[in-house]
Design a protein around this ligand. Structure first.
Ligand SMILES: [Zn+2]
Ligand SMILES: [Zn+2]
Length: 332
């Protein structure tokens, strides 16, 4: 099969990805092999390609928003059969036994495995997934539309929950890419007022068309104090900006796995009055299942841009340069 691998991590213009031929992987007892139909492009793939996130294994295939059909099953598989449509997401495995797994916080597992970082992902013809970490997918979504739900959607949803905006309250969203445009739809459908602060004319237009109450630049002050905010842009310099926009007692959740350096914070202007700053680390399977149900019920729709799998480097370059709104999806 053909697979993209991160060959030499570096700026996307230097060509960090290489396409190779590999044997089809054989599923272990509890694994299924998925014939990849599409794979969404997540900013984490860019961080891995560019080396912001250190490689955990050489020549890893990125991609953790995989939609495809089960084409081979291990001897102990019970949840899926050949031909089932499944989604493969970021969380690929946990130890199931550490203190965090035991208390239901498997996103904090001390020995997690991630798709496209620890095990090969979906920028390929096929990939493996442990059956207990694969998601059955709602029938009402085409493959291309379902893919961005699997990371952008799930992580954004967890970030929204951690931002803890009270019912009917005001949410600020900093940065408006693949994850934010899905999260905004959940927040709006749940009755929050949403202010979006982002660069890029296309992103601002998308935010306005989805129903944001206001759309401004990243450094602008929103028109009213925020009851909670999510920082999607991987820009540490926006942390103090967003904290200053919070009302008393409100939370800023940082959704990304990677953030540039945060400047020194001013305790009085940015943290006092019980403002909170917290990170969002991966997700539990329960988050994923809950979000996929909600996405159907609330009519969350991904704005997508299709690329052939052969153009994976171009999709990453376009993401890096902010050349599309919504999310890119690679097609086999
Ligand atoms: Zn664990
Ligand atoms: Zn992701």
């Amino acid at each position: 099969m053909r697979a993209w691998v991160v060959d030499r991590p570096g700026p996307v213009a230097s060509g960090p990805l290489r396409r190779v031929d590999r044997d089809l992987p054989e599923p272990g007892p509890a694994q299924v092999r998925v014939r990849v139909s599409v794979c969404g492009v997540c900013r984490t793939d860019l961080h891995l390609a560019e080396g912001d996130l250190p490689p955990r294994r050489p020549a890893m295939t990125p991609g953790h928003e995989v939609v495809g059909r089960v084409e081979a099953v291990g001897s102990a598989v019970t949840r899926f059969t050949l031909g089932d449509r499944v989604g493969v997401a970021w969380l690929a495995g946990t130890d199931g036994s550490c203190r965090f797994c035991r208390r239901g916080a498997e996103n904090l597992c001390v020995a997690p495995r991630f798709t496209g970082w620890d095990i090969d992902g979906g920028y390929a013809d096929a990939c493996l997934v442990d059956e207990s970490f694969a998601y059955p997918l709602p029938d009402d979504r085409a493959d291309e539309e379902a893919a961005p739900l699997l990371c952008a959607g799930i992580i954004g949803y967890r970030a929204l929950r951690l931002a803890a905006v009270p019912p009917g309250g005001v949410l600020g969203i900093y940065g408006f890419g693949g994850s934010a445009h899905l999260t905004a739809q959940v927040a709006l459908a749940q009755g929050l007022r949403v202010h979006v602060l982002t660069r890029g004319a296309r992103n601002r237009e998308l935010a306005a068309s989805l129903g944001a109450a206001s759309v401004g630049g990243p450094a602008d002050a929103p028109p009213e104090p925020l009851d909670g905010a999510v920082l999607f842009a991987p820009a540490g310099e926006l942390v103090p900006v967003a904290l200053r926009a919070l009302d008393r007692g409100a939370t800023l959740a940082v959704a990304g796995i990677w953030l540039s350096a945060i400047p020194p914070l001013d305790y009085d202007a940015e943290l006092f009055q019980e403002r909170r700053l917290r990170s969002v680390t991966a997700n539990t399977r329960a988050d994923g299942e809950e979000f996929l149900r909600l996405a159907v019920r609330l009519g969350v729709r991904a704005t997508t841009h299709a690329y052939p799998m052969a153009d994976a480097p171009a999709a990453l370059a376009d993401l890096a340069a902010g050349r599309f709104d919504g999310a890119a999806v690679l097609h086999n």
